[in-house]
Design a protein around this ligand. Structure first.
Ligand code: FAD
Length: 484
């Protein structure tokens, strides 16, 4: 019987021999500790340790790691910034973790052709700061913008607040360089292409978008960028009736206005924000909605005014502004709600469990009520906010993670929330992905389509070395076997 420590030191020795002295390989337990988590509740309760970490600097590094791993049947987990909330970057089966955060360069901006070539480890906010100098923007906008990598966004097909107008990350991916589990390097979206669209061949780019590091490692991306909207305005409306929130969204969209964001804070979220930042004085209500519109100054002011008029008969109070300081003040309630929810009970933490369901717009009010009923059933404090225009809700349970009974109750809460989403004709994850935490719902959500996903996985990754232990339940996923 070989001990884990002996296996680990043997693996790092062999990997060092295969990769040479220029590639940074970490195997000290204190270093591995730093790679044993992401932002998920799963990681908080049960960190997963890699046996070795490779800090990749180039596509060639990644390719050599995967060639080695494939030959010896060793599990490999790609990792961006580990802000994922579903355990996707946790090395569930040990093995090698590839840290891509050092591959963080902009390779080329082709502004005239509205595209940028980047490495996967670039942080989202850094990319947009770079693009802003040319009046351009990469529109998907996750709340983790200042931390997450764009490679992680592509792998998770992230969305965020501006998804209602700009869609998911995948809509901006023109092509990818991917290292397959065998180490082979491919380019999707046509080699050397700078075209903004193509109907040539199967859409392999789409296959890798949202594949959560289970089909290969993304090492380069060709991304579509757009002109940066110069102005924005915010409309804030407070509602005394939850149903009126959904009605107001339908009325605004029905009037032909497409806001860049429509965010909801329910009563629990309003309370959390007021406790966290009393100076904001967010009005007590069943819910508030924040509509953001962007574009040129005249159209923004016109859209905001029209939204306020449309929403007024349904709301208790409506206010709008296109003055930057007031816009920032109105938006602040939304920007702080994530942090606020973690602060409302001293000594407690906000955990990411059942945090990302997505339901049809018409069922948002019913779902919000059910979330609070389920919270009451398990005697938990839960703050809920989200991207209402797409029905994406983020319930945030607040618990003492040192109390096993609360941990047990929050797990039951998350299970009920996921099942609620499916009952509401929704999905268990609107933007955070499946990872480790939502495997149990995949069969119910996808039926026989899940088997097709597994067949695709097997076709590209016959030894199941790419990020194994995620997405697929044990009845179809085979363990990575035959390690040499
Ligand atoms: C405070 C906070 C707010 C958030 N807000 C949002 C939000 O508004 N919208 C949203 O969609 N998400 C949000 N998230 C979730 C998370 O930030 C996103 O999913 C993000 O895209 C993950 O990027 P990452 O670099 O941290 O990826 P990681 O967590 O490191 O990895 C995520 C997954 O991608 C895989 N992966 C990473 N890089 C690669 C690569 N180069 N090739 C192949 N696979 C790879 C990993 O194996 C893993 O499965 C939020 C998270 C936090 C902590």
């Amino acid at each position: 019987m070989v001990s884990i420590a002996a296996r680990q030191s043997d693996l790092s020795k062999r990997l060092r021999a295969a990769l040479g002295p220029d590639v940074t390989i970490l195997d000290d337990p204190s270093q591995l500790e730093c790679y044993s988590y992401d932002a998920s509740f799963e990681a908080m309760m049960s960190p997963r340790y890699p046996e070795v970490v490779v800090q990749a600097q180039s596509t060639a590094d990644v390719s050599r790691v995967l060639e080695f791993a494939s030959e010896h049947r060793i599990p490999v987990t790609p990792r961006g910034a580990a802000t994922g909330q579903a355990g996707g970057a946790l090395p569930a089966r040990g093995g090698i973790l590839i840290d891509l955060s050092r591959m963080n360069r902009v390779l080329e901006l082709d502004a005239a052709n509205l595209q940028v070539f980047v490495q996967p480890g670039i942080v989202h906010a850094d990319l947009n700061a770079f693009l802003a100098r040319s009046n351009l923007i990469f529109p998907p906008d996750p709340g983790s913008s200042r931390m997450c990598t764009v490679g992680g966004m592509v792998a998770n097909n992230s969305r965020g607040m501006r998804g209602v107008k700009y869609g998911p990350t995948g809509d901006y991916v023109l092509g990818l360089e991917v290292v397959l589990p065998t180490g082979k390097i491919i380019t999707t979206g046509s080699i050397g292409s700078r075209a903004l669209q193509s109907s040539s061949g199967f859409e392999l780019t789409r296959l890798f978008v949202g594949s959560e590091g289970m089909l290969g490692v993304i090492t380069q991306m060709r991304l579509r960028v757009i002109p940066k909207p110069p102005c924005r305005a915010i409309v804030m409306a407070q509602f005394g009736r939850l149903e009126a929130t959904g009605e107001s969204v339908s009325a605004v969209l029905g009037a032909g206005i497409l806001p860049s964001a429509i965010e909801i804070l329910d009563a629990s979220a309003i309370k959390a924000v007021n406790l966290y930042r009393p100076a904001l004085k967010v009005p007590d209500a069943d819910a508030i909605l924040l509509y953001e519109v962007d574009g040129n100054a005249a159209s923004v002011a016109d859209d905001a005014r029209r939204i306020a008029e449309i929403v007024a008969p349904l709301a208790e109070k409506v206010e709008w502004s296109d003055e930057p300081p007031r816009v920032a003040a109105l938006w602040e309630a939304r920007s702080v709600v994530g942090a606020a929810s973690g602060q409302i009970k001293p000594g407690y933490a906000r955990v990411y469990a059942g945090e990302d369901i997505c339901v049809p717009l018409t069922r948002v009010p019913e779902t919000l009520r059910s979330i609070q009923n389920i919270a009451r059933q398990y005697d938990l404090t839960v703050v809920t906010y989200g991207h209402i225009a797409s029905g994406n809700l983020h319930p945030a349970p607040i618990i003492d993670v040192a109390d096993p009974d609360q941990v047990r109750r929050v797990r039951q809460f998350a299970d009920d929330i996921h099942r609620l989403a499916l009952r509401m004709s929704g999905t268990v994850t609107g933007e955070h992905g499946v990872g480790l935490t939502r495997i149990a719902y995949m069969r119910d959500e996808h039926g026989p389509a899940l088997d097709v996903m597994w067949q695709i996985k097997r076709a590209l990754d016959p030894y199941n070395i790419m990020n194994p232990g995620k997405m697929f339940p044990a009845d179809i996923a085979e363990p990575p076997g035959g390690r040499t």
